[in-house]
Design a protein around this ligand. Structure first.
Ligand code: ATP
Length: 397
């Protein structure tokens, strides 16, 4: 397996980094990419407006949404104490991947100063060097001279890569642009959303008065990359159902975008949020993450984004349902269930049902999930049973 190792301060990670990684993947046929977030770079001290380790790590994780599954984030340098040298990182990675081919990815500035790094000969013995240009102007001569020198001096194995989609920008420039209220185009959506939500780099988004378009990247920033298509799909389905059944489309979009905003949190984090917001989970909810996230998600949506009661309730009930739901609550429950990325036996029948009649679809959805949980031996929340019985009794009436 060919593994690309791309180290950086990533303060923040920008589209220049992402296009460079893709160019190296295409040129070398990389199977895997490790984005290694630097702790204390030997070459530079972190500027005063820098984001902390946790934020840089979180942003880099979010950026992998634009690269796909071959890209992973590594925190090995952050976990190491003291100065972070690439030679130490490569020693560690070689021990973790002894049978694989390691390729260190470096941009022009790093490549041209490679001989000044700590233990360049060790680096050259452990990994190939993929040098990718970060300027639009032709760097061929400088690259060729450096390649020749490093090959002779350290026996380095070097490949130089032209990036057809090069973006001439640095993190420093991105930070400066952000502080002026610009720079979004240099960032992947979720990274931009994270920066806006955390008010990093001098940004000051007013989170309580966001349009849906402003909220969308921020909503993405709460999610694991693999969940982003689901939430965007839920928004699309929610628009469709809201239009069809006369719910407020904007509210449906906001509820859909935020419905899973605490989904990635673990049980301790969920319970801490419950304590913070005065939510008292019942015994079943205490042990079932899937049930907790609906309640904590609703609380976060109200606290951070000032959503109204309609949206709050749509998020709150999106997992269990309840008797006598509002149209908006039904729309979100069902949009989550049948959004276009969902693939399970019977999903098309469920889609047909909900597109024919909202209550018919909802009843079918409730029955299916009760059946599925019973088959798996999982307890069913009493609210779900009540929701089903409420509809059955009404249909009988
Ligand atoms: P700063 O402005 O803080 O110096 P930077 O944009 O150079 O930041 P780093 O995180 O220090 O970002 O860079 C990590 C790696 O990415 C380095 O190898 C660097 O050469 C490379 N790199 C940075 N920007 C680009 C770009 N626009 N195109 C290609 N490579 C880049």
């Amino acid at each position: 397996m060919k593994i690309g190792i791309y180290g950086g301060t990533f303060d923040p990670i920008h589209r220049g980094h992402l296009t460079a990684a893709k160019a190296v993947r295409d040129a070398l046929g990389l199977n895997k990419l490790l984005l290694v977030v630097d702790s204390i770079p030997p070459h530079k001290e972190l500027p005063a407006d820098s984001a902390g380790n946790e934020d840089r790590l979180a942003m880099t994780e979010l950026a992998t949404a634009e690269l796909g599954k071959w890209a992973e984030v590594s925190d090995i340098e952050l976990r190491r104490q003291g100065k972070s040298y690439t030679s130490d990182t490569l020693r560690q990675l070689k021990a973790m991947y002894p049978d694989d081919e390691l390729w260190l990815i470096v941009g022009s500035d790093m490549f041209l100063s490679f001989h000044t790094w700590h233990e360049p000969e060790v680096i050259a013995s452990l990994a190939g060097i993929a040098a990718v240009s970060r300027l639009e102007e032709n760097e061929d001569d400088a690259f060729a001279a450096q390649k020749k020198y490093l090959e002779a001096a350290y026996g380095a194995h070097i490949v130089t890569v032209q990036n057809p989609n090069v973006i001439e920008v640095s993190s420093t420039e991105v930070r400066e642009a952000l502080s002026r209220g610009e720079g979004r185009a240099y960032l992947s959506d979720a990274v931009y959303g994270y920066i806006a939500r955390k008010h990093l780099y001098g940004t000051h988004a007013e989170l309580k008065h966001l349009t849906v378009d402003e909220l969308r990247p921020i909503a993405m920033s709460f999610l694991k990359p693999k969940r982003m298509p689901h939430v965007l799909g839920t928004e699309q389905e929610a628009i469709r159902l809201a239009r069809q059944y006369g719910a407020d489309v904007t509210k449906a979009q906001i509820a859909a975008l935020l419905h899973d905003c605490t989904k990635k949190l673990n049980r301790d984090e969920q319970l801490a949020l419950c304590a913070h917001y005065g939510i008292v989970p019942d015994p079943l909810e205490r042990q079932t993450l899937k049930l907790l996230h609906a309640k904590t998600g609703a609380a976060v949506a109200r606290d951070l984004f000032g959503v109204d009661d309609d949206i709050y309730n749509a998020i709150y009930w999106h997992t269990t349902g309840k008797a006598d739901m509002t149209v908006l609550e039904k729309v979100i429950y069902m949009a989550d269930y049948v959004e276009p990325n969902r693939v399970f036996d019977g999903v098309d029948d469920l889609r047909d049902a909900v597109h024919t009649d909202l209550d018919m679809g909802l009843l079918m959805g409730l029955q299916d999930s009760i059946e599925e949980m019973t088959e798996r031996g999982n307890p069913v929340h009493y609210r779900t049973v009540e929701a089903k019985e409420y509809l059955e009794n009404r249909e009988d009436a």
